[in-house]
Each structure stands twice: as C-alpha cells, then as structure tokens.
Write a protein that binds this ligand. Structure first.
Ligand code: ATP
Ligand code: MG
Length: 361
C-alpha cells in the first residue's frame, strides 16, 4: 500500500544562509515513497528551516528540492500540495473542529458537500468524529494535535510534514499519539517527514532518521543502524547515552585504555588513537565467576531506579566512571553506594566513533 501511494522526495546540496549565518548547509537527503523519515537534532540545528524549505515557505540559498524526480525548488508552497503541522501552531480558536479541518478545503474553494465528506473522513482517520462541533478550547492538548493532523491530511496531501507535533504533550499522551501517528502512516501510506528533538520518538516512529548538527546532516540510516553503529561521538551521544573510552589500537583487535587491553570486534588500525562508544545497556553485572570478553571491577558511586531499569555510575580505576543500565526485573543484586561490582561486556559491544567533539585536554 505505502509504496503505491507515497511520493519520493530528494534534497540535493540544500543550504540556507541568513546574512553571514549558515542555518543549513550541503544537505543531501532522499526520502523513499511511503517512507517515514525523521529529522532529529538539537535546538537550532536547522530542522525547521529544512522542513520549511521542503514546504516551500523558505527559499534555499543553494541546492534543489525534487519530488518524484521533478525539480520543485521554485514552486510556491500552495502548489506543492503538502500537508503541514507547524511547530507550536494553534488551531483557529473561534472555529469549530470541523471548520478548522475544512479550512484548507475552503481555501481551495471545494464545493460544500464535498468538503463535509472530506472533513468527516479526516476526523475519522484521527478518531475525532464525535468532536466535530466542539471548539479547540474544549479539547485536550492531544485532541487538538489530532485536529491539526486532520487539517493537514484533509486535502489528500502528497507529503505530510510535521514539525514537533507532539512536543507540547506529556510523556504518556505523547507515547499514545506516537502509536497513532505510526498507525496512521501505515494506513494512508503517504510519505511523512517528521521533525523532533526527542530521540525516543525518532527511534520508535521512523523508517529512517537523519541526524542534524549545526545545519548539516551528520548521519542518516535506520534507527537500528544509527543506534548500533553511530559514526561520530555526537551521534552516539545524541541518540541515546554512551560511555566514551579513549585508547590506542593495538594488533589483534585490542584497544589499550590505560593499563587495560580491551577486546573489540570492529575494524581498527593498529597504532591509531581511537574513541570507543559503549552503551550502558551493554555492560553487564557479572557474578564472581562470570566470564566476558572484557571485564573490569569498580565501585558503585551512585544509582537510580526508574521502574524498568537501574542506572548506575561505577567508578573504575582503569576506565574512569562507567554508566551502566540494567533491567530491574533481572537485577542480580540491589545496587547500593559503595558496592564493589564486576562488570563485563562482549567484544561486539563497543564501536569506534570519530571524535567530533574534541575536548580541551
Ligand atoms: N529568519 C531567520 N533569520 C535568521 N536566522 C534564522 C532565521 N530562521 C532561523 N534562523 C536561525 O537558523 C538556525 C536554525 O533554526 P531552526 O529553526 O531551523 O532550528 P531548529 O532545529 O528547528 O530548532 P528548534 O528545535 O529550537 O525548533 C537557528 O540558529 C536560528 O536562529
Ligand atoms: Mg524548530
């Protein structure tokens, strides 16, 4: 279904300058038919600017935007037929839900009877048919966001562009709407481009993620690829949390960190300084006779409990403080400050990342 109805979007060398300031630079991006792509990055990294360039509201200073291979860079936004939910964009307060959703159709001068039918279908899609006559003030935040979604979908857009549509909602409601958004995407099979700075949202919703930093796409791939094989320290750090270990590569898949020789499975060049990223979830608490490719002892200096997991900081002599996350249901010991523990991880657990955030020594 999704491949039949979705459209393909491509950006070639897209940049945007405001005076001397570069907001977006050299962005190459391909979004496949029916794909759910997320632009993920910190505040100010250029996400909204890039989405506005795709929508046609911002003219790029360089590069091209292509839809199904056709250059649409110069096409005005109203001719692009893209649905958009803007960042923090409110509904018209004086209009009912149905009138809000009908707005894009009125602008397009669609016949009244057809409008009513389209509005009904769009409200069905976001499961708000029963609320058609209410005003936005009489709805919860999540319901308002769904009205905004219905309004973006009502005219059968070629592409749906979403700028942090869920960021104002509390955690539980956000998780619910994420599920709905995912189901909606599957149902209508359109190409979605979503913007967020919420890493969990990006991981759970997207077919692919493009990570932005300072106006540039620093890595793109499936959530799994980005999480398991971050290319840089920034990506490893921004998408999840990580321990970073600085060492020197030796022969035979060994990285020397202090006095410790760590076994790694990723390709390394002997003699080079390397930075390893090691996810806290991949470090296990070993029993006294437990074995692992890599082991180190340390002392728990702090810990916290978050329902599903314990999060520990373990001070080690050779590797400094290590962050460890262990599932609470499986915890072999109850953590406590001062507890001496043995940690272990497999050679596959750590990956080499490029150090793009060189810290002063
Ligand atoms: N019209 C403008 N004139 C000058 N600078 C701008 C303009 N619009 C955006 N910028 C700058 O471009 C950079 C990127 O802004 P953008 O809104 O794309 O960031 P963002 O990633 O969407 O951030 P956020 O997560 O806070 O929404 C920012 O430094 C911003 O100040
Ligand atoms: Mg923004």
């Amino acid at each position: 279904m999704s491949t039949a109805t979705g459209h393909a979007l491509a950006l070639h060398g897209v940049g945007k300058r405001y005076g001397g300031f570069t907001a977006v630079e050299g962005v190459d991006l391909a979004v496949g038919r029916g794909e759910f792509l997320t632009l993920l990055g910190p505040s100010g990294s250029g996400k909204t600017t890039l989405l506005m360039i795709i929508a046609g509201f911002v003219d790029p200073s360089a590069g091209h935007v292509l839809l199904d291979g056709n250059d649409i860079t110069a096409l005005p936004p109203e001719k692009r037929q893209f649905g958009m939910v803007f960042q923090g964009y409110a509904l018209f307060p004086h209009m009912t839900v149905a009138e809000n959703v009908a707005f894009p159709l009125r602008v397009r001068r669609m016949a009244r009877a057809d409008q009513a039918e389209k509005v009904r279908a769009a409200l069905d899609l976001v499961q708000l048919s029963a609320f058609a006559d209410r005003r936005p003030a009489q709805l919860s935040g999540g319901q308002q966001q769904r009205v905004a979604l219905a309004r973006a979908l009502v005219f059968d857009p070629l592409l749906l562009l979403l700028d942090e549509p869920l960021s104002a909602l509390d955690k539980k409601l956000r998780a619910e709407l994420q599920e709905e958004l995912k189901a909606l995407h599957r149902r209508i099979g359109r190409t979605f481009v979503n913007v967020t700075h919420d890493q969990e949202e990006a991981l759970s919703l997207s077919d692919r993620i493009a990570i932005l930093n300072k106006g540039q796409v620093v890595q793109q791939g499936t959530p799994f690829e980005l999480y398991e094989a971050p290319r840089t320290r920034f990506v490893a750090d921004f998408l999840g949390t990580s321990n970073f270990l600085r060492g020197q590569a030796g022969p035979g898949g060994i990285v020397k960190v202090g006095d410790l020789a760590l076994r790694v499975a990723c390709p390394i060049t002997a003699g080079r300084d390397v930075l390893l990223s090691l996810r806290p979830q991949k470090i296990l608490l070993l029993s006294p006779d437990g074995a692992a490719d890599n082991t180190v002892s340390g002392e728990v200096v702090s810990w916290s409990y978050a329902g599903a997991a314990f999060s520990l900081i373990v001070a080690t002599e050779d590797l400094g403080p290590l962050r460890v996350v262990m599932p609470a249901w499986n915890a072999s010991v109850a953590p406590s400050e001062g507890l001496v523990v043995r940690l272990g991880w497999s050679a596959e657990a750590a990956v080499v990342v490029e150090d793009d955030q060189l810290q002063p020594a």
